[in-house]
Design a binder for this molecule. Sequence first.
Ligand SMILES: N[C@@H](CCC(=O)N[C@@H](CS)C(=O)NCC(=O)O)C(=O)O
Length: 226
Amino acid sequence: MHLYSGPLSLFARKVEVALAEKGLGFTRTMVPFTQTKGYSPKHEAVLAANPKGQVPVLVDGDLTLYDSTVILEYLEDAYPEPALYPTSAAARGRCRLLELEADEVLLVPVRKLMFRTEPPGPDAARRAQQEREASEAEAVIGRHLRELDRRLEGREFLCGGFTVADIATFMIVHYAVRLGGPPIARLGNLSRWYYQLAERPAFAAAISEIAAADRALSHPVRLPAQ
Ligand SMILES: N[C@@H](CCC(=O)N[C@@H](CS)C(=O)NCC(=O)O)C(=O)O
């Protein structure tokens, strides 16, 4: 299998973690990314494979797929062991919804913090406006994190065993933390879950590569005390 990934793409990291958790080998192309130009100019193979021009793109033999959720579902169908989804229809539905909440709901306010890794431009008023919007977004993120903390009360994972819901939620929580979002230390259930996942080799590798990419590419973010 071959994966088109990005150094700071949380969606591509979801796929990398799923591949590693399933013990599947793959080769990888890291598409170019900078904090000033983003993914522009886009990688030709990604443009050819994905009308949205986004990573991740996975090639498995003569099959080419894009979108992390579609890719994770394919991996489960094609390589079922170890399973990354629960077995019952209801539990699978809940698990998919939690993945969607991470990828599409919590992403919205987390996006508002992403300017912090860009080099500060000369326009101080714009930066101040971005910081005001970021603090509104942080309030939304804080509420979402407290809800996750409640959901994890008495639970090791978000839906039964370890699933794609944990992978997607971990990635967006990790991005919120890395972008200077609300600290998770006082949320006992959430931080226990987060640090346990961070020790799994697939997650540890992703965290370490994201940190290396930040050192190489990103403006340093001042993180609040945890
Ligand atoms: N829903 C898609 C989102 C993919 C996505 O947003 N990819 C970003 C990197 S994290 C990208 O390639 N952005 C470039 C662009 O949108 O032009 C997925 O789950 O794969």
